[in-house]
Design a protein. Sequence first.
Length: 620
Amino acid sequence: MSEQPKASATAAAAVAAAPTPATSKAAAPAIPLEYSRRVVLKTIFESGDGGLRLVGQRVVIGGWVKSAKENRKEPVAPPPAQVVPSTHKSGPKDVSCTEILQSRIPLIRSFIKIFGGSNYSVSEKLEPAVAPMPPPSSVAFLQVSDGSSPASLQVVVDSSITILSQLLPTGTCIVAEGELKQSSAEGKHAIELKVEKVLHIGSVEPDKYPLSKKRVPLNLLRDCPHFRPRTTTVASVMRIRSALTFAAHIFSQNHGFLCVQVPVITTTDSEGFSEKFTITAVLEEEEIVSLEGVKTAIREKRKIVEDLQRTDSNKEALDVAKQDLEKTTELASQMEARERISKSKSSLKADNKRPQEFFSRQAHLTVSGRLHLESHACSLGNVYAFGPRFSASRVESPKHVAEMWTVEIEMAFSQLEDAMKCAEDFFKFLCKWVLEKCSADMQFVLKRIDKSSINRLQSVISSSFERITYAQALEVTDKKVETKLEWGTAFTTEHLSCLADEIYKKPVIIYNYPKQVKQFYVRLNDDGQTVAAFDMVVPKVGTLISGSQNEERFNMLNGRIKELGLVGEEYEWYLDLRRHGTVKHAGFSFGFDLMVLFATGLVDVRDVIPFPRTHGKISN
């Protein structure tokens, strides 16, 4: 990375007053970021005319080179040669025979000098005045993106400004100041930046930079997740993801939900028998205080006490030393007691150092935050959480990775119907939001990824969702899918796709599932066989939302825990919510990463997560 040495103080102004053409006299200046001198490129492109209203304004921009080309300038032809008389002016002007002989035969010239022929000299020469050729020059045309928009700005840099070879490699970072001008060439660029000063160059090593090649496939980009946001596709996906994140909070806040941060580390298995990541924090051997080390410290402290007693010079220091020795001796006694217990359980290491767990009980990464969220719903009313959830399942699927982000909503004094209505409104709100707030990115998605993406989102907004029971869904799919399912089994991906993509061609809400295919905490229906649970299945993605009305009756919930053989101790705190002030409540979990898949039309969830974690692979 190199800094240009002569960045003047005037470069601090991202926008300066400058004469503007008639088309931009009334235009408001491009406003730089509050915490940076640069103008965001998105504000230039979204002016409605491609930025033409800003022509004539001086700005500072920063970004990364997407592509570049260098054009050599044609050298300016030198002026016609002028005849310049030679500096030799003595002698006659006409060329004589003697002069010719002098110039051609050195021996004759010598004889003439000896015998007095010095009056004759070579006549003056007519010499053309040759103008020096100017050094070759060139211009670089850079396509620069700062990540704010799928569009890039054409940045024109003359070789008189800086060494162009430093700017040409893809991935080079540049900060430059210049004037916005109407593009000199016809094409997709309505406006370009004529650079006057280069303020910063962040160079790359083209041979090692993974994005030096154009159009790197998405599956190869997964090997360099720290660089892939620089590609136009992944950058658009990340901006859409950001907009959807904001929309999730906006919907929840607008509808009176309080945001609650639920724990990532927990001792409670929210799903009952899910595949979990267990947390182990065994202290390193060098961090464990050994009993022998404490005994050595006792001997040293005892010697200090004896020395102070012998000199009798500082009674206060002696008292402090005695207290220190007493505490160390007490620590040694406690460690000896723990060691005896450890030996009786045959858990002592060969080197007499015992590993110590960080937590008092076995803990794991949370699979779902709904149980913890319930505790706040039963105190605050309507609440929501947004965060990562973890699954140690080794099943390879384009819709699953080990760490996925989830929006969870819990509503006190609500039932199944309320949860289904809220889930439908939530999904529609996000679809509408991304169409309104990410129009440029969605146009890029439409062109490069999925031609049906915008229509799919618009269809969700305008249509009513199909609602069918589990039994009805089973009956409908039996007629379409070769693989027949028995009542009480979970739907396969094939069955869900058949419902949403082929039969109804829109989102489908399936409810009243058999109790054996849903979590232990879901409320049992009056028929004793089904529970008040639902799934929202959407085209292209499958199950996007899973929700339920949860069991508020203590006896029913406690009986279900025992029936499934779950560890009762883990759920005592959860049962307390039913012992003291129980209330009907419902909610759902929304697969946020799958929502990004639905909006963009991509098929693999690894391509919409900034740093995907999958079985057997984690790089950073």
